[in-house]
Design a protein around this ligand. Sequence first.
Ligand code: G6P
Length: 368
Amino acid sequence: FYVDKGNYRHFMQKEIYEQPEVLSHTLSSFVDMTTGATRLPKGQAIDFSKVRRIALSACGTGFYAALVGRYYFERYARIPCDLDVASEFRYRESPLSDVDLALFVSQSGETADTLASLRYAKAEGLKTAAIVNVVESTIAREADLVFPTLAGPEIGVASTKAFTCQLMALAALAIRAGVDRGVISGDEETEFTRILAEAPRLANEAIRLEGAIEALARKMATRRHALFLGRGFSYPLALEGALKLKEISYIHAEGYAAGELKHGPIALIDETMPVVVVAPHDRSFEKTASNVQEVAARGGEIILFTDVKGASSGIVDGAEIIAVPEMPEILTPIVYAVPLQLLAYHTAIQMGTDVDQPRNLAKSVTVE
Ligand code: G6P
């Protein structure tokens, strides 16, 4: 197939901008928009009330989507989840006795380690399911159940729209699972799907932060290292934000659970270390705020992605604040991904790297 950049400078930028539209496509395959009820794509039936434990595995950005998925399934459906990068899952020889579903997340559906993990799970007698973007792929063909993300072709090596669509699919599946298990009532289900339907509008608002983020990126591009922090639902986002930045700008970036700051990375904090904090005003906010103050007390430069409530809480004077709209917690991973993508994108442009084809990386890794 041939995909055009249109008026965009890079595929990555185009793919960031496509998110509102593809999020709504993806949601529509998991939710009947007229009734607000969740549904599974045609022929892909599973009763989550029979699932005692889910083993999730994936690589790269898909792994961080799966980490959000774990938080979603555990929070909204009360299903315990295991999670491994695919290259570990296949060799860990974990006892899988109470695992009733192995769920794989892959944009390309061809990643060698993820495919090998899927085959391993099948050989162990597990039911397998895959969230994939390329429905003709090997992983899609071999999995028992396929949950497609409808992100459309993703060309930029750094995954953007596939990631947020994976999160959307995982959120919808977790709600569905919660309903199957009697954890979520019919009314709550409709409320959740109404909330998920707000994602495209909020992603659009997040895209409009581009100007402010571009200004931040100019500063980021003068740094050699960066730390990303988040807690709860924002922890996987901190990991993904750091991955995105290092992949395309070549600035060394590490993502940490905010609570782990004091167990190591705080030693690195000085005036030359930007600390990007993902902190919507959710149930984790106060705790993250106190971690941010520890950074401020050591002269670290703080870039805070939060909402109006978080911004007006006055947690740190002098922090650079990017204020994202307020939203229910389930949406924060999806929407906060957008400004993090834009930060990586504009920093890479400042650095003059090949944004769509960063050195040493491949879009689809078919070797172990
Ligand atoms: C490569 C790509 C990443 C991607 C990862 C997993 O490393 O550069 O963007 O997240 O593979 O790929 P998959 O297609 O399985 O999601």
